[in-house]
Ligand binder design. Structure first.
Ligand code: EPU
Length: 422
């Protein structure tokens, strides 16, 4: 079983190219189901989650070809399937993104319920309620969602809370519904906006994506998609946290600064220098790291996907940081691992009180979810000695060769074989 070994103490210097966004690529891959023609996505990151959605599209009767950063999706000669099996959905919750396209395109879908995951219960009631508003008949049997409709009909859908994949599922479903749909209280994440742009390229009529109210005028048919995936703001933010923790100066090539505004503002307060020079973004930290407080919130608030990395950075900051998680009920799984490295963190309900310490010490730690794993790598960069991050498959879900990217800017990070159990 692979592990990542981080030897702390090096300041970072050099250039990192930011890859395509995982959380944009996944809904775009699902959107290819809306058309029978051959779709092509460029700047797709080579990640385990992308492979999982590719495998799911193949089960659904598509031929998926991956060539470097380009993924082509076409129809197979065997025709379409409408069942997303448990074995794939349990590996990645975002598999539920095929539900909207399948029921809109084929009038029929059978998608496994994803179940809970390491960061929380994560229900999909809003996805199902939205599809019902569009006229789908939904039932749950033997762990599967069954959805049926002759043709979906446009309607008003009011989400009880902003959900990213829920908004995306309903945008895709509404794109092939008859008439106009109005989606209210939508997630405003940049990846939702990206899906709106992509659907419009397919001939859909989506307006307002990226705001709380989205209008979709349904089409009878959509064209195949040809699109380059936007850069990954969370990957970029993770490298900003790496510089914040380790010190030094790097250039982040292609970092989407506007989409990262809530993170950039917080990191600047903490003493991280972030400057734009043309298309290059320079990230540096030369002075001391100061404690900052943060509360996660839907976009444009501070992203939950950056909470763990900020916490790793705060472990070495001067003073006390108060970090509150409001999106997922169980997203502090990295805390006991950081504590094993000497961090002083106290948890009170959904708040972590992080008291900066002078030094962390390398230890064997266990990755529990994707962003938690990234935080352990960030902490390892400043720890004295070796940190061995096990269960590295979590990292591979969302970071493309993180060891090479960090190694390229002077960090001592290697993928190694770990003895014993994962
Ligand atoms: N929720 C419900 N009912 C629903 C849907 C969501 O109660 O029907 C709740 C969730 O339990 C959670 C909140 O609403 O408390 C927000 O969840 P959301 O649906 O927005 O999350 P998601 O769509 O499942 C996406 C990202 C996550 C990211 C969250 C929040 C993708 C593929 N995943 O998940 O990314 O943390 O939005 O921004 O876009 C990651 O990349 O590591 C990751 C977990």
């Amino acid at each position: 079983m692979d592990a990542i070994r981080v030897r702390g103490g090096n300041r970072l210097k050099g250039r990192i190219v930011v890859g395509g966004a995982k959380n944009a690529a996944l809904p775009l891959l699902a959107a290819t189901l809306l058309s029978d023609g051959e779709s092509r996505l460029r700047n797709v990151p080579r990640l385990r989650d992308v492979g999982t959605l590719g495998a799911l599209l193949e089960v659904l009767g598509r031929v998926v070809t991956i060539d470097k950063d380009t993924v082509t999706v076409g129809l197979s000669s065997e025709g379409s399937g409408v069942e997303a099996p448990y074995d794939l959905v349990r590996q990645m919750r975002a598999s539920v993104l095929v539900l909207g396209p399948l029921v809109a395109r084929f009038g029929n879908a059978k998608v496994s319920l994803p179940g809970g995951c390491a960061i929380g219960a994560r229900p999909i009631d809003q996805h199902l309620k939205g599809l019902e508003c569009l006229g789908a008949r939904i039932s749950v049997e033997h762990g599967y969602v069954l959805a049926e409709a002759n043709r979906l009909v446009g309607a008003e859908i009011v989400f009880d809370l902003p959900t990213v994949t829920g908004t995306e599922n309903l945008m895709m479903a509404a794109a092939l519904a008859k008439g106009r749909s109005t989606l209210v209280n939508c997630a405003r994440e940049p990846e939702v906006e990206e899906l709106g742009r992509a659907l419009n390229k397919m001939g859909a009529r989506v307006s307002g994506a990226g705001t709380a109210v989205i209008h979709v005028d349904g089409s009878d048919e959509l064209l195949p998609l040809d699109h380059a995936v936007m850069p990954d703001r969370i990957e970029a933010g993770t490298f900003m946290a790496a510089v914040g923790a380790a010190g030094g100066e790097i250039i982040l090539d292609g970092a989407p600064l506007e989409e990262l505004e809530p993170v950039v503002a917080k990191f600047r307060q903490a003493g991280v220098e972030i400057e734009r020079h043309g298309s290059d973004i320079t990230i540096g930290r030369h002075g001391p790291l100061k404690s900052v407080d943060a509360t996660t919130a839907p976009h444009p608030g501070f992203p939950t996907d950056m909470q763990a990395q900020l916490m790793a950075m705060m472990c070495r900051a001067e003073g006390r940081a108060v970090l509150t998680e409001t999106i997922f009920e169980n997203r502090f799984m990295h805390v006991p691992e950081l504590q094993r490295m000497g961090a002083r963190i106290e948890i009170r309900h959904n708040t972590a009180l992080v008291e900066g310490v002078l030094g962390l010490s390398g230890a064997a730690v266990m990755a529990t979810d994707l962003r938690a794993s990234a935080s352990l790598v960030v902490a390892g960069l400043v720890a004295e000695g070796d940190t061995l991050v096990r269960r590295v498959y979590h990292l591979d879900r969302g970071y493309e060769t993180i060891e090479k990217k960090l190694g390229g800017v002077g960090a001592d990070v290697k993928r190694v074989r770990a003895e014993g159990n994962p």
